[in-house]
Write a protein that binds this ligand. Structure first.
Ligand code: NAD
Ligand code: KPL
Length: 305
């Protein structure tokens, strides 16, 4: 079994993982979107990681999905809405027993991917690290955080897990990855859409705590109905703590909207509302929030699915 890390998506998190793994001497290959992106990457000569005032260059090899060669270990580091289409192009290259790490925020995309590759092992990740692209192939490590990884179908620790520690990637294996993902989804649902609708940074929601609390009550009810009571515990308190701790920041959804990028709404609030409907649970505030957000995105000419 090859120990190469194939990483699809040289965006913010994909580049951050690629640079740290390469710095630790791990074999890494980037998978880029098409021959044009590959040519642009090759002209740049690699990725640059910016940490505080230090810039380090990594000449990581790259290819496109059309390249030959089996893939044994794949980090899928694209947005949730790109995950299944991106994987479809790579599926023929996955070796027997291949392992995939799915870095997508929210829920739903992991199942879309797993359904396509029933013979591969799909490991879900939930990340609170922060990174953003300053320019093509230049990524800034913006916020220290943590990564939880786990496989809802198999609790066994993957044999490559120490690669992460050796690369300085803060990570822990958890048997409760779905609880982690649901909890983060609920936090994102309580904060991110309201920052778009009220056009404010996270701290601006301190003016709207009644609205936030009412959403948290519905989200907690949903989590319990979905068999995630732990993810529901003290949700409102944690949401307020996050609002205070990140008061000066703009949420990821706010930033997507400000840069006229597609949001991950379908895998966040959309997933929550679909789960509620499946359980026959009426959550009027959450549904109204989704409708207001869809209208807001449509008015801006942005995708709203
Ligand atoms: P990003 O947009 O910066 O990077 C995604 C990259 O994937 C882009 O470069 C895009 O071109 C590439 N891509 C898409 N489809 C592709 C394909 N078919 N082939 C090759 N490349 C393809 O996104 P990101 O910020 O790194 O986010 C990735 C995921 O991680 C998201 O679900 C996000 O919510 C989550 N996340 C991000 C951060 C962060 O700080 N950036 C933090 C926590 C979680
Ligand atoms: O994860 C976040 C995001 O902006 O996506 C926080 C800061 C927790 C707000 O929901």
């Amino acid at each position: 079994m090859s120990s190469t890390w194939h990483i699809l998506g040289a965006g913010s998190l994909g580049s951050l993982w690629a640079c740290r793994l390469a710095r630790a001497g791990k074999a890494v290959r980037l998978i880029l979107r098409d021959p044009q992106r590959l040519a642009a990457y090759q002209a740049a000569g690699g990725l640059t990681l910016l940490e505080q005032d230090q810039a380090t260059h990594f000449a990581i090899p790259a290819e496109t999905a059309a390249s030959g060669g089996p893939i044994h270990r794949l980090l899928l580091a694209c947005k949730a809405y790109d995950a299944a289409p991106a994987l479809a192009r790579l599926a023929p290259r996955l070796a027997d027993g291949a392992e995939l790490v799915l870095l997508q925020n929210g829920l739903g995309s992991q199942d879309e991917v797993a359904e396509q590759v029933p013979h591969a092992r799909c490991i879900f990740a939930s990340s609170t690290e922060g990174a953003f692209r300053e320019d093509d192939w230049r990524v800034r490590f913006a916020g220290h955080g943590f990564n939880w990884l786990g496989d809802p179908l198999n609790s066994g620790l993957p044999d490559w897990f120490d690669d992460l520690h050796e690369a300085g990637i803060p990570a822990e294996w958890t048997v409760d990855i779905l609880t982690r993902l649901w909890r983060k989804l609920a936090l994102n649902c309580a904060i991110n859409p309201l920052t778009v609708l009220h056009d404010c940074h996270n701290g601006g929601l301190l003016e709207h705590l009644g609205e936030v609390d009412a959403l948290c009550a519905e989200l907690a009810e949903l989590l319990r109905r979905c068999g995630q009571p732990e993810a529901a515990e003290d949700l409102g308190e944690e949401v307020q703590r996050v609002i205070l701790a990140t008061a000066a920041n703009y949420s990821s959804m706010y930033q997507d909207v400000r840069h006229a990028r597609r949001t991950e709404l379908h895998y966040l609030l959309g997933h929550a509302c679909r789960a509620a409907a499946r359980h026959g649970l009426a959550l009027p505030r959450l549904e109204q929030l989704r409708r207001r957000l869809v209208e807001n995105l449509q008015a801006r000419g942005l995708p709203s699915d």
